[in-house]
Design a protein around this ligand. Structure first.
Ligand SMILES: Cc1cc2nc3c(=O)[nH]c(=O)nc-3n(C[C@H](O)[C@H](O)[C@H](O)COP(=O)(O)OP(=O)(O)OC[C@H]3O[C@@H](n4cnc5c(N)ncnc54)[C@H](O)[C@@H]3O)c2cc1C
Length: 321
């Protein structure tokens, strides 16, 4: 399948879809390419069956806050659409996607031309156009935006836009092991657990988030330090070790899970940001977006996507006036 369009966006997470949403009103043709099987990016949700019941784990971002007025307005629209709800257990300002954390991204993608299972392998110039290669498949566009985690952006941009690639290469992201555990009975614990010092930085009763139902489920995140120690561990081993860490951190009697799995996020959250400097190069017609350009959060990703879209729109306005 080949495709030519006006704007290609590589990465359909919160940042890429925020940019696509902001640009959609211009009437330009926009195609978003994402290597994932479905919407979410790091706002992921995984469905599994436990004791004959379908349940969903939010194994990436746990909740988000909304402080910027424009982001607050977007969140209000998601709430009205039934894809976001407040989650007071995580704080007065905490929101989650409903029924899963990926619901907001899914909602945004529904109104856009997003192609899943599309991993951009190479990005290069083809005359006046950008060419994105994915094996046999090629997409071309006058303008391209790259909205992927910093480490992946550094690779993709190396030939295409060395200055942007250098900014991305200067950012290191912390890894995070996420454990997904299901239990036959509720654990006698509060719905959330946080620690800035121990091996477990966060844990939450996933099944207690708004809009969730079914078995007792928990998501447990290892701290960056513990995740680095276990970074090469097989996932079953990491899951067992971190579940033991969790019970020990809580001082709770260990319970045997009826479901236990783990996911390793190699680039969970950027530890430094490289927001300074332009997000869009009007000569090359290439832009960058992602949480690593703003702040390591859902809101930061949304704002960075909106910022690159605004830079592109301003340049368009300037070139036509
Ligand atoms: C474990 C964990 C916990 C977190 N907790 C919180 C939290 O509590 N609160 C909070 O606000 N934030 C949290 N975050 C951070 C938040 O999830 C991110 O800041 C935000 O989702 C980043 O959005 P993004 O669009 O920049 O990147 P992503 O969501 O990573 O989106 C990038 C997209 O690009 C795609 N992609 C990558 N490479 C390619 C390629 N070559 N071709 C095509 N597609 C590609 C990916 O599939 C992905 O969908 C957490 C993240 C993790 C992993």
């Amino acid at each position: 399948m080949d495709g030519t369009t006006d704007i290609l966006i590589i990465g359909g997470g919160m940042a890429g879809l925020s940019a696509a949403t902001a640009l959609a009103a211009t009437g330009q043709r926009i195609i978003v390419l994402d290597k994932g099987r479905g919407p979410g990016g790091r706002m992921a949700a995984r469905r599994v069956e436990i004791a004959g019941q379908q349940v969903s784990f939010d194994h990436g971002a746990q909740y988000f806050t909304a402080r910027d007025p424009a982001f607050r307005a977007a969140v209000a629209a998601w709430e009205a659409a039934g894809v976001a709800a407040r989650w007071p257990a995580a704080g007065a300002e905490a929101w989650v996607g409903t029924p899963g954390m990926n619901a907001c991204v899914k909602h945004m993608a529904a109104g856009l031309d997003v192609r899943w299972n599309m991993r951009a392998e190479r990005l290069l110039r083809d005359g006046a156009l950008w060419r994105v290669e994915m094996g046999e498949e090629v997409f071309t566009a006058a303008t391209v935006l790259v909205a992927v985690p910093a480490e992946q952006a550094a690779v993709l941009l190396a030939e295409a836009a060395p200055d942007f690639a250098a900014r991305a290469a200067a950012v290191a992201s912390a890894p995070c092991w996420a454990v997904m555990a299901g239990f036959a009975a509720p654990l006698p614990l509060a719905d959330t657990f946080r620690s800035d010092t121990g091996p477990i930085s966060w844990a939450a009763r996933n099944s207690a988030k708004p809009g969730r139902s079914g078995a007792e489920t928990w998501v447990i995140h290892a701290s960056p330090a513990r995740s680095r120690e276990l970074v090469d561990a097989p996932k079953d081993e990491a899951a067992r070790i971190l579940l033991a860490d969790f019970f020990s951190a809580n001082g709770a009697t260990p319970a045997t899970p009826v479901h236990l799995d783990a996911h390793r996020w190699l680039y969970a959250q950027p530890e430094a940001r490289k927001g300074e400097g332009p997000l869009f190069d009007p000569d090359l017609r290439i832009g960058i977006a992602g949480d690593w350009l703003h702040s390591p959060r859902v809101e930061g990703a949304w704002l960075s996507g909106r910022a690159v879209a605004q830079a592109l729109l301003q340049e368009r306005l300037a070139s036509t006036s």
